[in-house]
Write a new protein. Structure first.
Length: 369
């Protein structure tokens, strides 16, 4: 692994051959983060740098914070922190109303092109961002957005279909290629991909801690759009598997979504009734995603186990977790992978399920010496 510091023009400033600690944490439904601790002599390099490149990763770090300190005993330390390049997509806001219909990948490409590649205001352009190949996964949705950061809104749309986006960095061309994607299904219910099963019966997990909380869980939404009284447009979103499943309701006020809108050219448009209801349904899905069940499993993984990061499992993959001692079984996507390099140790922590107070999180720690 090589670490290289780049300036704002992506020119190389210098390489870091020695560091104390590197924490590298990509996330599936949010922008990932990193943290690098180095000998104090390298502070100037970090302080003048803009980007951190790791040659064995597709991700590019954007340095947002640098620190130097010297204590009363003369000990000197330096570190930098930041986000991955997806954070650049939050440097632009959707300043005018955008009404879009399409699959998540198509909507993403439209917004990235409109605000970063070919914006009406040339000062908003970020020249290194490119569009990748079209991604046809997912279902078509209709959305109306105003005032959101581009990156955050894309994650919000994608999460309802268990998808994500990233900016893949090419060191040779300095291109940041935008792409949407969905992790592989590695559960034992399919035959297309190799299985990734974390289980005590396979001796790759131990020291399990389990907690489940559905106190905030909602699975049925009433989404109220435009209109007043009995004339108000209301749609329902039902995420239950069957009518016999417990119904836990949520009310969503979506009055900000209107069936008639004016585009950037000043032309007025009106959605059909079905298009408008589809837009309300999408809002309901986004809100219900904030009220998932909280389920936590913490386990250590045997460093000599059968599953290898980047080969047998990766960020976004759908995996199976089993702990037979108490009959626990869960199937969730990997939403965060944290690597910590410190001396000769390499620690790997894997989070399954969406983070937050209303989501499922399973944390797996793996230490490789």
């Amino acid at each position: 692994m090589k670490l290289i510091v780049l300036d704002k023009n992506f020119d190389t400033l210098g390489a870091i051959s020695m560091f104390n600690t590197l924490i590298w944490t990509p996330r599936y439904y949010a922008t990932g983060v990193f943290e690098l601790h180095v000998p104090a002599d390298l502070f100037e390099l970090l302080n003048t740098g803009k980007y951190l490149y790791r040659n064995d990763s597709k991700l590019l770090g954007v340095i947002r914070e640098v620190n130097f300190s010297k204590d009363n005993k003369g000990a000197r330390t330096a570190y930098c922190k930041g986000y991955f390049a997806e954070d650049l997509l939050n440097s632009r806001v959707i300043d005018t109303q955008q009404s879009l219909t399409g699959k998540p990948g198509a909507i993403g490409k439209i917004l990235v092109s409109r605000y970063f590649i070919s914006p009406s205001d040339g000062n908003r352009k970020i020249g290194n961002i490119k569009l990748g190949e079209a991604d046809d996964q997912g279902e078509s949705v209709t959305v109306t957005v105003t005032g959101d950061n581009v990156g955050d809104k894309l994650f919000e749309i994608e999460k309802t279909q268990e998808m994500s986006h990233r900016l893949v960095y090419d060191y040779l061309t300095n291109d940041l290629t935008f792409e949407t994607w969905r992790g592989k299904d590695r559960t034992d219910a399919q035959t297309e991909n190799s299985w990734a099963i974390f289980s005590d019966s396979f001796y790759n997990v131990k020291n399990a801690q389990y907690n489940r909380d559905d106190s905030s869980f909602k699975n049925f939404a009433y989404v109220a759009g435009e209109g007043e009284g009995s004339a108000r447009t209301i749609v329902t979103v039902d995420l239950r598997g069957s009518s016999s499943e417990e119904r836990r309701e949520l009310y969503v006020d979506a009055r900000d979504l209107q069936s008639t809108y004016t585009d950037d050219a000043g032309t007025e448009h009106t959605y059909s009734a079905s298009q408008y209801k589809q837009m309300l349904r999408q809002r309901g899905l986004e809100k219900l995603a904030e009220y998932e069940v909280l389920e936590v499993v913490n386990s250590d993984v045997d460093p000599n186990a059968n599953l290898v990061y980047g080969v047998d499992f990766d960020l976004g993959d759908l995996c199976t977790y089993r702990y037979t001692d108490v009959n626990i079984e869960c199937t969730k996507r990997i939403t965060e992978i944290q690597e910590v390099f410190e001396g000769s140790k390499h620690t790997l922590s894997v989070v399954f399920g969406a983070e937050g107070a209303t989501s499922i999180t399973k944390l797996i720690k793996r230490e490789v010496t």
